[in-house]
Design a protein around this ligand. Sequence first.
Ligand code: PEP
Ligand code: MN
Length: 340
Amino acid sequence: MIIVMRPDSTEEDMQRVISRLSDRNYGHHLSRGESRTIIGAIGAPDDEKEVVAGQFSVLPGVERVVPILKPYKLISREYNPSPTAVMIGNAKFGAGHIGVIAGPCAVESQEQIMQTARAVKEAGASALRGGAFKPRTSPYDFQGLGREGLEMLANAREETGLPVVTEVMDVRQVGAVAEVADCLQIGARNMQNYDLLKEAGRCGKPVMLKRGFSSTITEWLKASEYIAAGGTLDIILCERGIRTFETATRFTFDLGGMVAARRETFLPIVADPSHAIGVASLVPQMALAAVAAGADGLAIEVHPRPDQALSDGPQSLTPAAFKDLMKRIRTVAEAVGAEA
Ligand code: PEP
Ligand code: MN
């Protein structure tokens, strides 16, 4: 249920609405726009919605109450019809700006992340990626450098000015990762780790939520609602491929799903062709296709020596290939009325 306050409503009117919501044990989310305030009620049971909407609609200062029929509300277009931008440091994602997050799958050494950061910055990337905590399918594969990796990312930011996007895998890591990261990445394998989603939503940093590779668009959007309910709307969604019967590519890049999600939510959506396709030579074409389809950004794996990478080497672009791709991204962005 969304309560739209009148432009001339007072602070007292708003506080009254909030206290009535808490009387009913509903949570709330405030969105103060330029001309009006919107209050999202969290937790109203479906069978109470109609009666409660009627009761709130007659409170002083309330313009209208919109019952939300979708299973997600705070991130829905019903709540906020126009797509919004999310900032990661000084990089803008959405509202006509295409942000490009580039870097290795994993931070492997100070030299490796520094070298990559310099190269992607020079090519025009707007943020640096690199996992310090890695969710590997096998427990015997490289698991990441952990806290040491976070420090290396901070050093790379210090030198290049690029904001840092890095993955958090566990509720216990949220504090440490949020201290360094400009944006927390929640990976595909953790998309439905609800405690992690809630904690990330409370940490004060933007969150990029990857789509689980066996999740529907609705499940993905409901997962992002958990982050929103935690307290932030600085959420970026990331389509990274889903599992289908097809084995020619690592996953199946679901650009159709991306545009379907775009219709439902105002949150920016980034596309990750690297994990979706899994083959470096095919990544550029799909990155361009994503931009043409209206992606608000890209996440692309780049490694100075893909043949020596400790994870995801086969899908990682060399710095030279990334530089070439950036030029083409700008051309396609311009053609669809966006800026990269
Ligand atoms: C990654 O970004 O390196 C990663 C592990 O991605 P995903 O969660 O999409 O598999
Ligand atoms: Mn990876």
